[in-house]
Design a protein around this ligand. Structure first.
Ligand SMILES: [Zn+2]
Length: 222
């Protein structure tokens, strides 16, 4: 899970829809603005260009709290599976609040050898713990159905990480060559490390966890 800045001001239609009976919080340009702010990625599982997009309420409105239902700052971009799994859970890290930047509070690791995901809590707050538990369920599952869904999700992560790892190996092997010769590989690595990339959180932690790579690539983590 990565920090994303929410664009301001709120789409104008939200205020008007809030006053209407059965108003629609997916009005006007809400969905396009969310897709742009969250780089067309589910903020929970980090899958790029999900085909089952939901407008998710970060703080649940439970059909009672009309302010929360139409509050632009409470509308997030998620895939339907993550939206359903999160449900009405509260007290999670807010990935649009720089002060709660989840990337620095939770380390997410994909183990290629065991094809599993590990979430390491770097900061012991309740929000960090709750978010880690949610991500555990998303990436590993608890019920039989969740486990199968999670295994399918991990297949996509696996392909992405293998591809990224190959690039890193190539970069390290070619480092003795001129900067120019390695430039193309470096550009591809930079794309992978950008927050808009598929499962970028996993790739960014691979760099943080490797002293040699971190030294040369940390500029791409900003
Ligand atoms: Zn998702």
């Amino acid at each position: 899970m990565l920090y994303f800045e929410k664009s301001q001001p709120a789409p104008a239609c939200l205020e008007a829809e809030k006053l209407r009976k059965n108003g629609d919080y997916k009005c006007g340009d809400v969905i396009l603005r969310l897709a742009d702010d969250f780089k067309n990625k589910c903020y929970i599982c980090e899958a790029k260009e999900p085909t089952d997009i939901n407008v998710e309420h970060f703080r649940p409105h439970k059909d009672k709290d009309i302010d929360l239902k139409f509050d632009w700052n409470n509308l997030f971009f998620a895939c339907s599976r993550c939206n359903r799994t999160k449900g009405t859970q509260e007290d999670l890290l807010d990935c649009t609040n720089k002060l709660e930047d989840p990337e620095l509070r939770l380390k997410i690791v994909y183990q290629v050898s065991t094809k599993s995901v590990q979430i390491v809590v770097k900061e012991g707050s309740v929000k960090a713990q709750n978010t880690a538990e949610l991500l555990q369920t998303i990436y590993n599952g608890t019920t039989p159905l969740q486990k199968l869904n999670a295994a399918n999700l991990r297949k996509s992560i696996d392909a992405e990480i293998q591809n990224f790892t190959r690039l890193l190996q190539k970069y390290l092997l070619n480092r003795h060559l001129s900067e120019k010769a390695n430039q193309l590989v470096l550009e591809k690595i930079a794309d992978h490390l950008s927050k808009s990339s598929n499962f970028a959180g996993f790739k960014r932690w691979i760099i943080r966890d490797n002293e040699e790579l971190y030294k040369v690539l940390k500029a791409y983590l900003d």
